[in-house]
Design a protein around this ligand. Structure first.
Ligand code: AMP
Ligand code: ZN
Length: 469
């Protein structure tokens, strides 16, 4: 299995620290609002990475944090006149709902920064004791970047160049730094902010220390994979490496994986441009399975552009797969024969070849776009060759194979009933009633109304079936 490692900027063979096990840490969201569709990208991508490892038989310990102490949370709490805790608790609950709707599995552990302060105090003290950190006059604790020889190795930056770049930017309150590239581990509280006691001042942690501490506590000093969006490479992940490796005296993560950004209509997503969507807003228009399918239709290291058009094409792609699975379920009920027929063996071989193609794509740095193409080829083969007349062995094999490969991508192959809103359902019932009363003109009128709404009806022996046009 090959993984593109940001550290080496090459694809490397995956070799776990412990055979059969994967320890991975994915930086999670700051919880001050509903998550946006950009945040959904790393969630979906790395959940898929996890699922693929599990499919290959690995035992995956997957940790993803919630950052619940941060300027944006404090600002929102002040605006609403509530505690920061009330804000973070509310949005963690909402985030979990969105994750479930996107079929993102809960992590093995979802630690929260505010619950891990003790560990942070200990790691900061270790860094001070080892000369990697210092306390400024106002009680701020800074990491001494000059003391860590490898600083810059992840982002491929040179410390001297960084210093001159940083010298231009003066941050108020950070005058006590020895060098411009040094960063905050602990800072004094400001009026109205949450704070904790420490040996240096009453205050709160800097952003980066939480991940070093939580990763160590839940996964150990060395882990296999550390991941997040590409904006985190610098400074967040660079600083995490400095903290963890300086404190533990060991390499931190073997592989660093970063997803590219999601843009909207080819522009950076931003509130001020008015092109900013939360996952919750998207869920009002689309089943979030469509969002997941859309996210996986591109390689995770390619920028991805979100547009209504692309979402529609994901919707119809997903529908094609679901319709094929439904057909196979129906055909399976009527088909008979528990062994493959001679004439089916070649198609069975072709299907096995497509499974191999899917696996090869996933093992080439998780190329989900090519993996989905292999699923479409399987769907095409199933549509052309598996029918009521086939052996049940063949029909069932085609169905379980498609369902399994979709499941590894976290794509559900059952049509969601709730995607039909109540109005449509009652219209279908009214049409049935009209037909019963032999009022075919009314029945046809309702069918046309549904068609105008993008719903196609199919009368089958088992009753009325529908799909989106
Ligand atoms: P944040 O809440 O900003 O710390 O972000 C949580 C995660 O979402 C991080 O891994 C970010 O890199 C990622 N992220 C934020 N915005 C985007 C975006 N537009 N596209 C892809 N990933 C993003
Ligand atoms: Zn992090």
């Amino acid at each position: 299995m090959k993984i593109f490692n940001t550290l080496s900027r090459t694809k490397e063979e995956f070799v776990p620290l412990e055979p059969g096990k994967v320890r991975m840490y994915v930086c999670g969201p700051t919880v001050y609002n509903y998550i946006h569709i950009g945040n959904a990208r790393p969630m979906i991508v790395f959940d898929t990475v996890r699922r693929y490892f599990e499919y290959k038989g690995y035992d995956v310990n997957y940790v993803s944090n919630f950052t619940d102490v941060d300027d944006k949370i404090i600002k929102k709490a002040i605006e609403e006149g509530v505690d920061s805790d009330a804000i973070s608790t509310r949005y963690i609950a909402e985030c979990r709902k969105d994750m479930e709707a996107m079929n993102v599995k809960p992590a093995t552990t979802h630690p929260q920064a505010t619950q891990e302060i003790q560990g942070m105090l200990e790691m900061i003290q270790t860094l001070i004791d080892k000369g990697h950190a210092y306390v400024a006059d106002d009680g701020t604790v800074y990491f001494r970047t000059k003391s860590f020889r490898d600083y810059g190795k992840l982002s491929h930056k040179n410390l001297d160049e960084l210093q001159s770049g940083f010298r231009e930017i003066k941050v108020t309150g950070e005058e006590g730094k020895e060098e411009p590239s040094d960063f905050v581990l602990w800072k004094p509280k400001k009026e109205g902010e949450p704070f904790w006691e420490s040996d240096w001042c009453e205050g709160r942690p800097g952003w980066h220390i939480e991940c070093s501490v939580m990763s160590k506590k839940y996964l150990g000093e060395q882990i296999d994979i550390h991941a997040g969006g590409e904006d985190l490479i610098f400074p967040h992940h660079e600083n995490e490496i400095a903290q963890s490796e300086a404190a533990n005296g060991k390499p931190f993560a073997t592989y660093w994986m970063h997803n590219a950004f999601l843009n909207i209509d080819n522009k950076k997503m931003s509130k001020s441009l008015g092109n900013f969507f939360t996952v919750r807003e998207i869920s009002e228009k689309y089943d979030l399975q469509v969002l997941r399918f859309f996210m996986l239709s591109a390689h995770y290291r390619s920028p991805l552009n979100f547009s209504g058009e692309l979402m529609e094409s994901s919707r119809s792609g997903l529908d094609r797969i679901i319709t094929a699975v439904e057909r196979l379920t129906d055909a399976g009920v009527k088909a008979s024969g528990e062994v493959l027929r001679d004439e089916e063996k070649e198609n069975h071989e072709t299907a096995m070849g497509l499974v191999a193609k899917y696996e090869a794509a996933m093992e080439d740095d998780f190329n989900t776009a090519d993996a989905i193409s292999a699923v479409f080829e399987l769907v095409k083969l199933a549509n052309a060759t598996a029918a009521e007349e086939s052996s049940r062995a063949y029909v069932d094999f085609m169905k379980t194979t498609i369902v399994k490969l979709c499941d590894v991508l976290g794509i559900l192959t059952e049509r969601k009933k709730e995607a039909l809103n109540e109005d449509i359902e009652s219209m279908i019932a009214a049409r049935q009633q009209a037909r019963k009363e032999k009022n075919f003109a009314l029945a046809d009128q309702i069918r046309k109304q549904l068609l105008d709404m993008g719903i196609v009806l199919e009368d089958t022996r088992e009753g009325v079936k529908w799909k989106r046009a």
